[in-house]
Design a protein around this ligand. Structure first.
Ligand code: KIV
Ligand code: ZN
Length: 525
């Protein structure tokens, strides 16, 4: 018999690097994936779905390297219902201390029609593929894709087959975000009650947010007996995204009185990973997003502020520090010293060597000269910028002067160092950023295609720093460059050049098309 604390424990399965990355445009680089996986492992996530190894050489290598560095988390690789996929997945994850094979197939009438398999043929395929996975690993997860639109009797039948073939986790996906809380609970309860062997396995819920009910549906499934929630940081994912990790974890913590379940997630690490995922995916978090939005803990209205000053509990159900949000007030200014900077960065989790601190201090002072108030977010942007702005980069922006305004053409005069040689030019364009990018192209000719250009103000005010993300693609290689500056055009130039430098490294290290997904997750057989 399982103890009470085991019954109350809900496993957190993060799929930011697989289902989240599947979101068009959210592609992350190999190093970014490895970094995010390490942060997930650190924060106590139970299972990390690291990718879909058969999809491309790049996906395979990322999953393999995440598996090699795993500490406490189980590392999972996704595979369709075929032997080649499962073998490829196993090849990538077998390096992990705790590997898990995840295999899935579409079971609803709509999905069965794609490979044109009848119910019996699909049932045989499920038996064959789950058996194969179980022969490789004793930790096997199986998912009937589009479960919430599958006939109930057929769903029970295939879940039973998967359990008999050796699946240890049964994940029930609401692939198109169609279900609602009561139905989500009823489905899990029905499977647990009716399917022989259900008490020997873990039931899992995997919800999409098309109708804005992913968090509610996941929690309802837990109340009905599911003990694993699949989710992503910031709710990243295709269309309206997946269940947001931060929402389910905080809901279980804050409303433990009515949902007495626990997770092992260290919630104080939520903000840091949320910001990092937003940066590397290029998907910024909406201001009023639950738990991690910029406004989630901001109290603008006079009544609220008054109440907050008297007693924070009047309008706050969670403390900002519970999700890792430290004081949002002005943190530093022109007169702050090195020790204050070191201690502030330490709070964010950055332990800097003396030379790195010196470099950061110079950048901090330069920013403080241009911007009166330096907030936490400014320091984080500066820190990220210093990580991307390497002195050994082949291409560097030396100076930029832009003429813009109502009477065009807008003009950019740019000086860059290219492989140590100083080059300059003047280019025009449709706006200052276009003129600047044209100047960069003139000084360093390339065929890479701009896929995304995104600007965000780090804090409020007209002197706020802007963080710019630039994503480029060349022969299937996708890279994202970032930079921050109080001058948006300078940040744009530096972000573009940062992306180009990453591309040069990728050109040197990988064959073209490594990032092109050669198979689609939609054909699940
Ligand atoms: O949404 C879905 O059905 C999936 C499966 C692969 C689990 O992501
Ligand atoms: Zn999904």
């Amino acid at each position: 018999m399982t103890s009470k604390s085991e019954q109350d424990r809900v496993l957190i399965f993060d799929t930011t690097l697989r289902d989240g990355e599947q979101s068009p445009g959210a592609t992350m680089t190999h190093d970014e994936k490895v970094e995010i996986a390490s942060m997930l492992d650190d924060m106590g996530v139970d299972v990390i779905e690291a990718g879909f190894p058969i999809a491309s050489q790049g996906d395979f290598e990322a999953v393999r390297d995440i598996a090699k560095q795993a500490r406490n988390s189980v590392i999972c690789g996704l595979s369709r219902a075929n032997i080649g996929d499962i073998d490829r997945s196993w090849d990538a994850i077998r390096h992990a201390p705790q590997p898990r094979i995840h295999t899935f197939v579409g079971t609803s009438p709509l999905h069965r029609a794609i490979p044109n398999l009848n119910q019996d043929e699909l049932a045989n395929l499920i038996h064959e593929t789950v058996t194969h996975a179980r022969n490789l690993s004793d930790n096997v997860q199986w998912s009937p894709m589009d479960a919430t639109r599958t006939e109930l009797d057929y769903l029970c039948r295939v879940v039973e087959i998967a359990i008999k073939a050796g699946a240890t986790t049964l994940n029930i996906p609401d692939t198109v975000g169609y279900t609602a809380p009561r139905e989500s609970a009823d489905l899990i309860r029905m499977l647990i009650e009716k399917v022989p062997g259900a008490d020997e396995v873990v039931f899992s819920t995997h919800c999409h947010n098309d109708l804005g009910m992913a968090t509610a549906n996941s929690l309802a499934a837990v109340e009905a007996g599911a003990r694993q929630i699949e989710c992503t940081i910031n709710g990243l994912g295709e269309r309206a995204g997946n269940t947001a990790l931060e929402e389910v974890v905080m809901a279980l913590k804050v409303r433990n009185d009515i949902m007495p379940y626990r997770t092992d997630v260290d919630t104080t690490k939520i903000m840091a990973i949320s910001r990092r995922v937003a940066t590397v995916s290029g998907f910024s978090v909406q201001y009023n997003k639950a738990v991690v939005g910029k406004n989630a803990f901001a109290h603008e209205s006079g009544i609220h502020q008054d109440g907050m000053l008297k007693n924070a509990e009047t309008f706050e159900i969670m403390r900002p520090e519970d999700v890792g949000l430290t004081e949002t007030n002005i943190v530093m200014g022109k007169h702050s010293g090195r020790a204050a900077l070191r201690s502030k960065l330490k709070n964010f989790g950055f332990e800097l060597a003396d030379n790195q601190l010196n470099d950061m201090f110079v950048r901090f002072k330069a920013l403080a000269d241009r911007k009166k108030e330096i907030y936490d977010d400014d320091l984080l942007a500066l820190m990220r910028d210093s990580e991307t702005d390497a002195v050994h980069d082949r291409i560097q922006v030396k100076s930029l002067r832009v003429v813009c305004g109502t009477d065009g053409p807008q003009t950019a005069e740019l000086v860059m160092l290219v492989d140590g040689e100083e080059k300059s030019c003047t280019a025009t364009g449709d706006g200052p950023v276009d003129a600047t990018f044209n100047a960069i192209k003139e000084l360093f000719s390339h065929e890479a295609r701009l896929q995304l250009y995104q600007v965000h103000a780090v804090t409020e005010g007209t002197d706020a720093q802007a963080t710019v993300s630039v994503r480029m693609e060349e022969d299937g290689r996708i890279v994202t460059g970032q930079s921050a500056d109080t001058d948006t055009v300078v940040a744009s130039a530096k972000a573009y050049v940062n992306a180009l430098n990453k591309l040069l490294v990728r050109r040197a290290n990988s064959a073209p098309n490594d990032d092109v997904k050669t198979v689609s997750f939609r054909d699940s057989v």
